[in-house]
Design a protein around this ligand. Structure first.
Ligand SMILES: Nc1ncnc2c1ncn2[C@@H]1O[C@H](COP(=O)(O)OP(=O)(O)OP(=O)(O)O)[C@@H](O)[C@H]1O
Length: 255
């Protein structure tokens, strides 16, 4: 995308219909920069997510999406700037403290313990917040996990592992889910089921911030999108604009 486009996107960010003032903010990242050693990989990133909102981070490989997600969780600590959650700045707090505040991490490898059963995977992490979903509610919401509750992690399909990883943080009490490429490596029919689940989770007031390379999938689940390039937010789009510019975005992303 050209530098001109970049400037226009930044202007929209502060003055357009998507200005943050109108939203109640659960997550509010402000002026976040991040480094690996001497190399700066995020520069002055500001994003926000409201309760019950689904927001994507889109960008080419190496744009900084995963680093941003990890910085929100507190898994990447070489940062400057603030990470506000429910009005408290967690930027100096550990990942553990952020999990207890209600942020849930769903890694791209899903992080399922293969030798443990589905039920054990669900019950192993502690309940960290009063909004934790009881096991019965988790099973009601994810019937396939109930059916497979005694299966070891190794016997789950990729889609089932993705569901288990999401269910696990909901049972812990997370109110903001950070999903790193949930559609990666899954068959189209499973991707659309994951999309339905994300939309249903949203209906329960849970917010989702996800890294997604699959533009079509992103447009079926998200309310808003931040486009990252070289560690900066260069566009901030509502889903309608995102859909209208899908072709352009696919070309930009090299897809
Ligand atoms: N552990 C690391 N050490 C040094 N540099 C890193 C490390 N991890 C990522 N980087 C660099 O940081 C930049 C941002 O990487 P990041 O993984 O956040 O991007 P991304 O947008 O998620 O891309 P991808 O989809 O390829 O993971 C890249 O230039 C990458 O090479």
């Amino acid at each position: 995308m050209s530098d001109d486009t970049r400037t226009a996107g930044s202007t929209d960010l502060t003055t357009g219909a998507l200005a943050t003032q109108s939203r109640s903010r659960m997550l509010e990242v402000s002026g976040l920069s991040a480094w690996y050693g001497e190399a700066r990989v995020l520069t002055d990133v500001s994003i926000d997510v409201a309760p019950g909102e689904v927001v994507t981070l889109v960008g080419r490989n190496g744009a900084g999406k995963t680093t941003l997600l990890r910085s929100v969780m507190g898994l990447h600590r070489q940062t400057e700037g603030s990470v506000g959650f429910d009005g408290t700045d967690l930027a100096k707090r550990s990942a553990d403290a952020r999990a207890r505040a209600g942020i849930g991490w769903v890694p791209d490898d899903r992080g399922i313990y293969s030798s443990l059963t589905v039920a054990e995977n669900l019950l192993l992490p502690p309940v960290v917040h009063a909004d934790a979903w009881p096991l019965e509610r988790v099973y009601e919401f994810f019937p396939v996990l109930h059916e497979r509750r005694d299966f070891p992690g190794t016997r789950l399909s990729g889609g089932e592992q993705q569901m288990l990883a999401m269910a696990r943080v909901l049972r812990m009490g997370s109110r903001l889910l950070l999903l790193d490429e949930p559609s990666e490596g899954l068959a189209p029919v499973i991707v659309s089921r994951i999309g339905e689940i994300i939309r249903e989770i949203k209906g329960h007031g849970v917010a989702v911030l996800l890294v997604e390379q699959n533009v079509k999938f992103a447009s079926t689940v998200a309310d808003r999108h931040y486009l990252l390039a070289q560690g900066r937010v260069v566009e901030h789009l509502g889903n309608e604009d995102f859909r209208a510019r899908e072709g352009e975005l696919l070309t930009y992303l090299g897809m």
